[in-house]
Design a protein around this ligand. Sequence first.
Ligand code: DC
Length: 226
Amino acid sequence: MSKVSVITVDGPSGAGKGTLSHLLADTLDWHFLDSGALYRVTGQACVMEGVSWEDAPAVAEVARHLQVEFFTDANGEVRVVYKGTDVSREIRTEEGGRGASTVAAIPAVREALLQRQREFLQPPGLVADGRDMGTVVFPDAPLKIFLTASSEERAQRRYRQLLEKGENVSLPRLLEDIEERDARDSSRSVSPLVPAEDAFVIDSSHMPIVDVFAAVMAAAREKGLA
Ligand code: DC
């Protein structure tokens, strides 16, 4: 595999991976891979193509031919476009998350998206956010982070985010969804959500993201990456 530097950030939904990964990519001026977005777009593409998330061969076919583009708009927001349609909002809903988690459990879908994810590895470096970045996609990464937090804390964070967006949600329902998704992501037969053996595991339940970021930057400096 290439010698371009990569920092992998894996862990369950809502642990703060996205915030940490963006901070790292901005500070280091590296590229950023939001691998979850690829699974989310695959789920959304199935809805648009009339393919059931349960129909594994058809979903894999959608993943193999996924025509997706990412670009940053004038407000600095990342827009996700599938076959010319902006699906940025749809893929971020709770339903979008359920679709992503369901299609991500299909081995042929993961296989179809593997090479596409590796193509993000470009100089000067890459911060890769996901579930299997350190175990499967970039196993040679010099720095692997596994960021976790209790399911209650992650549900609270998601609840506050959705309230800020003006969405009407129930905290017990969110907790149930998170636990269901964790179980599906951790128990699937391919690329289950587990820390790499050489991962730096951080529990952010009682740790502000600035402290998590400082700890990861210290580890990156120690490895000569920053
Ligand atoms: O990070 P996220 O919440 O956008 O991910 C959505 C779903 O996609 C999540 O439930 C698990 C799946 N996923 C995965 O299986 N492997 C990845 N590398 C990234 C996400």
